[in-house]
Design a protein around this ligand. Structure first.
Ligand code: KG4
Ligand code: ZN
Length: 343
């Protein structure tokens, strides 16, 4: 079983070919960062137009690198949502058309299911069931994952997503888009304990998050005294620490509450080194039940990519979950509405 996958939900155009036996044969990605940078964020219309330009050449290159002819494919997977509707439509229309021309099935994949399943590409994949912390630009959720397609939300953010919190704090400090990785870079020169920022919801029971208060606190800290390069780095450190500490504490709480001993951390923010280190340390130290373990996707598959869409697509095509010829794209799509794959 071999599938071609296309991802175009936001500002990355990506294509991958995944084989059930041989693994990932090729994956290509074109990032639109340079295109959106002068606007300080993603401009949806520009994103759609650029996907139209990039996707088909990327499909060609990826098939070449995977040494795969269309006839050797068993299906085409594409991101059908959630995301920017125009951007989604470009990938969905292309994937559906290629599948039609090649006489193959096609399947619309849930972008967040892609993120959740990305660690399955690693040599040591996570066991099921597990708890997943999904932290991306638009989502922050703790999910109980009983199997592929079996997702139950345990808690989520009441306002901003963790990625959004990184991006907004970065913007307030005058950093360019995309803010998350820029803030993380600046934070490496920062010192701990210099600035105190709130950790909302940490003192309350439950598995909900709230990050919207952080920007006000960052804004205040940046105005309190002269914003020297060192002070800026200290604020970046404090902001990153506040977000990460909250994510770690709630993830531990979710493990405890469910009694599960495996944690997956995925989505764009899981690329963050500080989060990876703190989470690994904390989960390793956790007592109570048997030692828990944490699983991450490799860093390049933390942020948007097509390899993860291929994992989800392959599982569903393999399970015979065929769809009509309709081009499927939806900006909103609840994760819990997905159907289970397998027992
Ligand atoms: O999963 P993703 O690539 O796209 C969405 O599905 O949203 O996540 C993008 C988010 C952005 O908010 C970005 O700033 C954040 O992930 N991000 C990071 C890092 N790399 C990406 N945040 C903190 N540290 C990073 N190294
Ligand atoms: Zn994503």
């Amino acid at each position: 079983m071999r599938v071609l996958a296309i991802e175009s939900s936001c500002d990355e155009s990506a294509v991958a070919v995944l084989d059930r036996q041989k693994g990932l044969l090729a994956h290509e990605l074109f990032s639109q960062i340079d295109l959106h940078r002068i606007f300080g964020g993603v401009v949806p219309e520009l994103a759609s137009r650029d996907h139209v330009r990039r996707l088909l050449p990327l499909v060609r290159t990826t098939l070449e690198k995977a040494k795969t002819r269309p006839a050797e494919l068993d299906g085409v997977a594409y991101t059908a949502g959630p995301g920017l509707i125009g951007a989604l439509l470009t990938g969905a229309a292309l994937a559906r058309s290629l599948a039609y021309a090649w006489r193959k099935p096609a399947i619309g994949v849930h972008h967040l299911e892609g993120h959740l399943l990305a660690p399955l590409l690693e040599r040591e994949p996570p066991p099921f069931p597990h708890v997943a912390l999904l932290v991306s630009g638009g989502h922050t959720q703790l999910i109980e994952v009983r199997g592929i397609g079996q997702y139950q939300t345990l808690g989520e953010t009441r306002d901003d997503a963790a990625g959004e919190a990184f991006d907004k704090a970065a913007k307030l400090l005058g950093l360019p888009y995309p803010g998350g990785p820029e803030l993380a870079k600046l934070a490496t020169g920062g010192k701990t304990g210099k600035i105190k920022l709130p950790r909302p919801m940490l003192d309350r029971p439950g598995l909900e998050f709230s990050f919207s208060g952080l920007k006000t606190a960052v804004l205040q800290a940046s105005r309190e005294q002269e914003l020297t390069p060192q002070r800026k780095a200290d604020i970046a450190f404090a902001a990153q620490e506040a977000i990460v500490e909250t994510l770690v504490a709630k993830s531990l709480r979710a493990l405890e509450q469910t009694g599960l001993d495996a944690l997956v951390v995925s989505g764009g923010v899981s690329a963050n080194r500080f989060l990876r280190d703190r989470m690994t340390e904390a989960v390793g130290r956790q007592g109570g039940h048997q030692r828990a373990r944490v699983f991450f996707p490799r860093v390049e598959f933390s942020t948007d990519n097509a390899a993860m869409i291929a994992v989800a697509g392959l599982a569903r095509i393999e399970a015979g979950q065929l769809e009509t010829l309709a081009i499927k794209a939806q900006a909103r799509w609840p994760l819990e509405s997905l159907s289970a794959v397998g027992p």
